[in-house]
Each structure stands twice: as structure tokens, then as C-alpha cells.
Ligand binder design. Structure first.
Ligand code: PMV
Length: 333
């Protein structure tokens, strides 16, 4: 099935022309505690395993979506106030996404996107961006899709966007169906106000391999890729226990270990994918040394060299002293 066919299924019987002049929406970024690394269907962004994340509150993407004036030759796209040329990567991705539900081939969208994620914080904005776009399209056309369908629509833009439709802890169920209609994310009811996420930017250099190519390569060539789905399932079960008990040691240790397992998959991929920089190892050793000295802090990392720290409010001043430039987020504020 193509992504366009999946959208046809989702929108069956719903309006295909704008219901209002414009729509605005917001979605938070998220960071996975049990990671998504590998697709079972690349066209539909269907994962080989479930994943579990925490949304980042007011760090995310605001979008305003409207029809572009009649006769506009391309979609018009503005990012953080700057108009983008149609051949920039962001504009191309957004236009390809619009193709999934463009009312007619000549219909053009006007998109104004603004990220509240400091560019220097090292959090990906594609998850919040596509989740916000899915919500804005829903409002513009008056689809009134249920949250699960919105999660599917966001997933078709970027896998991890499926998890950015809700606040707090969110689980993306891998699903089994080939059309992906059972692969969506749902929020967990648990709140953990003392939880903190610290983002440490160690390098802002362009990543060597994007997640789409990296995942494809790992699924095809990592000699122990087949062990990954079971490992993630076990880690998700443990994370549920940790969240229910507000057990930061269990949450931190599970997330840290899951992230290192994902990076092991990446390193054992052929040819290898290595996101670690010398600064990454130095920071990991600093976290481990602080923990050995009694500071309850753990880390996780995505497809890049930067660390995200996991700790509770009672450790915030010590973590700040250790990583003075970290951006600290209170996901339940
Ligand atoms: O949504 P994508 O295709 O950018 O993939 C995200 C992959 C990781 O960030 C490495 C892990 C995750 O679960 O977010």
C-alpha cells in the first residue's frame, strides 16, 4: 500500500476541500525512552517494534496552514519567519507530505511553521512538525479525525511524529496489519511532575547518516537486528513498571541501556553507523562518574552525538553544575 492509499483509507467519506480559511496548531517534540530503529514497511513508516517516549511540553512546533492564493506555482513555506525556497529539504518534505491529501494537483498550500525548540538544543523537530501539520490539516479540512487516525496521519510524515500527538508518556504500538491501521500511538495516563530532561549539545555538525537510510541499512545488515524487537518489548514492559512506581533509577537505567543497545545495532550495521564523537564519550563518562558519586542521572541519545539527561527535580542544581549549558525541560510543567 502507498502512503497516499493509506490516507484515502483514513479519510474515507470525509471532506476534501478546506472548511475554514486557515488552521493553526501546536505539537510537542518527543524523546524516546525505548527507541524506534527499523521499519517493516518503508512507504508507510511502519516500525518493526513498538516504542515509548516522553513529550517535551512547550518545546515543539506551531504551524499555520492555509490554501495558497490561486495560481501560486508552488507551496509557499515559511520556517521561523524566513520564506524557504521550494528545493530546501524542509520544503520538499512538507510538499511531499501535502501530496498525500492535496485536493487537486494544482492546489497549493501556504505553511508557516515556527519551532519553539531552541535550534541549539539538539532535539529533532520533524516529530513535532509533522504532528502539528497533521492536526492543522485535520482542522483546515474539517475532518475531525479521532486521535488514533491523527497519529497514523502524522506517522506517514515521520515515524516518530506518531508519538507527538499527546503530552506526557506516549507508546507507539507497532501493529501487525500491512495497511498500518493498527500502528498508532496512545498516551499513558501517568503524570510525573518531578521528571526532568536535560539536553546537552555536544556538536551541531550535520549527522553522517539520516534515520531513514540508517534504519534500512541496520534492518538489512546488522547481524543481530532480529533480537531488537524482543529487547524493546521487554524494555517497554520495564518502563511501564518504572513509570507506575515513579522509579527514576529503573526508568533511567532502562532508557540508557535501550539507547546503548540501539547504538550497538548501528555500530554493527555494515557499513557501520557511528554517531558518537569523542565529546559524546567524555559526556557519558561524566554521567557515569557523577552517578558513581551518588547523583541519580542517566542519559539517552538519538541518531546523533548529543546526550539527553534523565533525572528528577531534586537533582536539577547538581546536573546544572555538571552540564552548565544544558537546556532543562519539565515535561509535566
Ligand atoms: O522519525 P524518524 O524517522 O526521524 O526516526 C527517529 C529515530 C530515533 O530518533 C533515533 C529514535 C526514536 O524513537 O525517536
Amino acid at each position: 500500500m502507498t502512503a497516499r492509499e493509506a490516507v484515502e483509507t483514513l479519510l474515507a467519506g470525509r471532506p476534501r476541500t478546506p472548511a475554514v480559511p486557515f488552521a493553526e496548531s501546536y505539537a510537542p517534540a518527543n524523546i524516546a525512552l525505548a527507541k524506534y530503529w527499523g521499519k517493516r514497511d518503508e512507504a508507510l513508516n511502519l516500525p518493526t517494534a513498538s516504542s515509548l517516549s516522553i513529550s517535551l511540553g512547550d518545546l515543539g512546533s506551531h504551524v499555520r496552514l492555509a490554501p495558497a492564493p490561486e495560481g501560486a506555482p508552488t507551496d509557499t513555506i515559511t520556517l521561523n519567519g524566513a520564506p524557504l525556497s521550494p528545493d530546501t529539504p524542509f520544503a520538499r518534505r512538507a510538499s511531499a507530505y501535502f501530496d498525500l491529501f492535496r485536493p487537486s494537483p494544482s492546489f497549493r498550500f501556504d505553511l508557516q511553521a515556527r519551532n519553539t525548540i531552541p535550534t541549539a538544543a539538539g532535539f529533532a523537530s520533524s516529530a513535532s512538525g509533522f504532528a502539528a501539520l497533521a492536526k492543522a490539516a485535520d482542522a483546515l479540512f474539517g475532518w475531525n479525525l479521532p486521535r488514533q487516525s491523527l497519529s497514523i496521519l502524522a506517522r506517514l510524515g515521520s515515524g516518530s511524529a506518531a508519538r507527538s500527538l499527546a503530552d506526557g508518556f506516549v507508546e507507539w504500538h507497532a501493529g501487525e496489519r500491512s495497511d498500518g491501521m493498527d500502528s498508532f500511538a496512545t498516551p499513558l495516563p501517568d503524570r510525573w511532575p518531578a521528571l526532568r530532561i536535560g539536553a546537552c549539545v555536544l556538536s551541531s555538525a550535520e549527522k553522517p547518516v539520516g534515520s531513514r537510510d540508517g534504519m534500512r541499512r541496520s534492518v538489512r545488515t546488522c547481524p543481530f537486528y532480529s533480537s531488537w524487537p524482543d529487547l524493546v518489548a521487554r524494555d517497554i514492559a520495564t518502563l511501564h513498571d518504572a513509570i507506575a512506581a515513579r522509579d527514576i533509577a529503573l526508568l533511567g537505567a532502562t532508557a540508557e541501556s535501550n539507547c546503548l543497545a540501539m547504538h550497538s545495532l548501528m555500530m554493527a550495521t555494515r557499513p557501520p553507523i557511528l554517531y558518537f564523537l569523542p565529546e559524546t564519550l567524555t559526556a557519558i563518562r561524566a554521567v557515569w562518574a557523577a552517578r558513581a558519586d551518588g547523583l541519580p542521572v542517566w542519559f539517552t541519545m538519538d541518531a546523533g552525538p548529543n546526550l539527553k539527561l534523565l533525572f528528577e527535580s531534586s537533582s536539577e542544581s547538581s546536573v546544572r553544575a555538571l552540564f552548565p549549558t544544558a537546556t532543562i525541560v519539565s515535561p509535566f510543567a
